[in-house]
Design a protein around this ligand. Sequence first.
Ligand code: CIS
Length: 209
Amino acid sequence: MSLLLDNQFKELPPDKSVDTKLFLETVSHIPAFFDCLGSSVFSVIKSDINGNITKIRGVYLKDPAKYVTLQDILVAEREAHAAEWPKVGATLALMWLKRGLRFIQILLQSLADGDRDENNPNLIQVNVTKAYQQALKKYHGWFVQRIFQVALHAAPYRSNFLKALSKGEEVKEEDCLANVRQFLVNYTATVDAIYEMYTNLNAELDYTV
Ligand code: CIS
């Protein structure tokens, strides 16, 4: 049983467009996972990600036929809010959500690649720090970087983390990592496609919070 394989992203079409409805259905399973991590420090992250998803869904539901793909939303918001765009609406929410998704991608990839602290093989701080440095740190000022340090201390043990990904069941580490690798195929392609869309539409911002 694998939480990840139960919630896989679909393969992208040749034009790499991301279907809004399918995307929202899949990412909506992420926030609940934070409750398995065993520390209330994760509630601030859960709430931020939930807020992003709610905002994108709110725009989508106003006109599902118009917003079939994520790109449809960005292009429509660019036309509707020329002065503030891209720091507005679902464009802003997805800009931040994709960074959280990239964080998760790098964390899972690092675990699958076998990166580990040989002195503390059951800790995932090495993997979490790698993900943070590559996906989020440059967008955070000192205060939010402090929140990261607190969250880092609360990171679960590797064995507990892999067990949570296996829906609480004892699964051999190699089997769990094989599921992670399979999950990462379409997941990585989707996150990459969203990043590419932000670059192509010149919608990326690099301000810090
Ligand atoms: C396992 C250990 C994890 C440690 C995690 C440490 C993460 C770093 C902690 C940083 C604290 C972040 C606190 C929030 C900061 C926000 O200020 C910041 C900016 O927010 C944005 C809003 O989102 O600000 C904008 C204005 O400037 C807007 O207000 C915007 O909101 S809007 O536009 O919607 O209104 N936000 C961030 O920096 C984003 C932080 C994202 C952190 C992601 C961390 C993910 C950690 C995941 C760990 C678990 C991995 C799980 C692996 C798999 C999950 C399986 C789930 C199953 C289903 C899978 C289906 C895909």
